[in-house]
Design a binder for this molecule. Structure first.
Ligand code: SF4
Ligand code: SF4
Length: 271
């Protein structure tokens, strides 16, 4: 059964705890564009957005998650509306990134998540151009493509994703996709009954279904999501994916990485 996440944007407060948890668990570097080195003070903040409470701005090779702020004000700054959405890889059922990789360096594990194998990625960037959501990004530092793995090491060891665990409002839920859909349907019905006519679910039909899907309070384009994402398919010249080999590699990698970081998780549990 596929695992995934249900992101209920109606109860997201934009606190960015999920974004911080993602960076911390995955040991992602500071965003290079946001800091500059200074011999005296080491790092200086630089190039933050400056025109929004969202200071990081977008997903990148070192920000695998981004809490999008939709700040809507009229001319008099009266009657404002704030929408938030914690965005990341959707772990598409029909994943364009995986379809187009010429080196079969992107695989789907038996849990349904889509992972870039860092030791196989050649930095060709076909995936970064193909992803309809712009969430897989090239890293100059590693020379590879980077994105959310659905916390591959955690979920293969019985834990949920770091972002879902950190979320204080329950806006991000990790679990079986089928169960999450039942929860999402129920929540949508309640919102509709309370007068939220524009509430909708994004991810049931897009890319043949997204394992990470969203309850939105307005149409997808308001959140920067494509209404009809186009999913590139595998070029005929590419050989078939070595699926079983890939799954084995990713399973062993996840186990090794998880064991190395067992102490970190135990201290997290104590907190
Ligand atoms: S959202 Fe983009 S990177 Fe993630 S699985 Fe879909 S196509 Fe790949
Ligand atoms: S942790 Fe939860 S409430 Fe906070 S920004 Fe992320 S999804 Fe929203």
């Amino acid at each position: 059964m596929a695992k995934g996440m249900f992101v209920d944007t109606s109860i997201c407060t934009g606190c960015k705890a999920c974004q911080v948890a993602c960076k911390e668990w995955n040991e992602l570097d500071p965003e290079p564009a946001h800091f500059k080195s200074d011999p005296a003070t080491k790092l200086l903040a630089d190039h933050f957005t400056g025109d929004s409470y969202d200071n990081t701005g977008k997903i990148s090779a070192t920000d695998w998650r981004h809490v999008r702020f939709i700040e809507q004000f009229n001319r008099n700054r009266i009657g404002s509306r704030w929408l938030f959405s914690s965005d990341s890889c959707k772990h598409c059922t029909d994943a364009a990134c995986l379809n187009v990789c010429p080196y079969s360096a992107i695989i789907r594990t038996e849990m349904g998540n889509v992972v870039v194998l860092q030791d196989k990625c050649q930095g060709a960037r076909d995936c970064t151009h193909a992803c309809p959501y712009g969430v897989v990004r090239y890293s100059d530092k590693s020379g590879t493509s980077q994105k959310c793995t659905l916390c591959n090491d955690r979920i293969h060891n019985g834990l949920g994703t770091a972002c879902a665990k950190a979320c204080p409002t329950g806006s991000i839920r990790f679990g079986e996709v089928a169960e999450l859909r039942t929860r999402a349907d129920s929540r949508l019905a309640r919102l509709k009954a309370s007068g939220e006519a524009r509430a909708n679910i994004y991810g049931y039909k897009e890319a043949k279904g997204l394992n990470v899907f969203y309850l939105l309070m307005d149409k997808p384009s308001v959140y920067g999501l494509p209404e009809n994402p186009v999913v590139q398919q595998r070029p005929k010249s590419l050989p078939p994916l070595p699926a079983n080999l890939g799954i084995l590699v990713i399973g062993v990698t996840a186990l090794v990485k998880f064991r190395e970081r067992g102490a970190k998780e135990r201290s997290e549990e104590k907190r």
